[in-house]
Design a protein around this ligand. Sequence first.
Ligand code: AMP
Length: 114
Amino acid sequence: MCNCIFCKIIQKEIKADIVSETENLIAIRDVNPQAPVHVLVIPKKHIASLNEFEKSDEYLIAEANILARKIAKSEGISESGYRLVLNTNSAAGQSVFHIHWHILGGREMTWPPG
Ligand code: AMP
């Protein structure tokens, strides 16, 4: 039984602000937003990080991108611009070891990222 916080949100054991839900994904607002729009797209399948991502999981990349595109549009950041971020392991700042994409938008982004 998976015990991670995102699995508990997916199983509705812990509350979250759900933006969208599909058969394979859930999208929630980040509790500690780093931009005016900060939504997490999370596969329902528990995959700890991109390092554990298998070829058979590739459908999730397409579905996550399509869902992110839809959310960006509904959040009004499609035209101004937004960023998708996938942190992997400690140097990148991954803190929840259940793979997820951050959708960040609603402000100017800098490059390179911090
Ligand atoms: P990362 O650091 O890339 O692993 O991203 C994990 C993100 O999950 C962080 O931005 C946290 O603020 C966010 N987070 C952690 N717990 C929750 C929660 N219960 N509901 C919503 N977002 C969360």
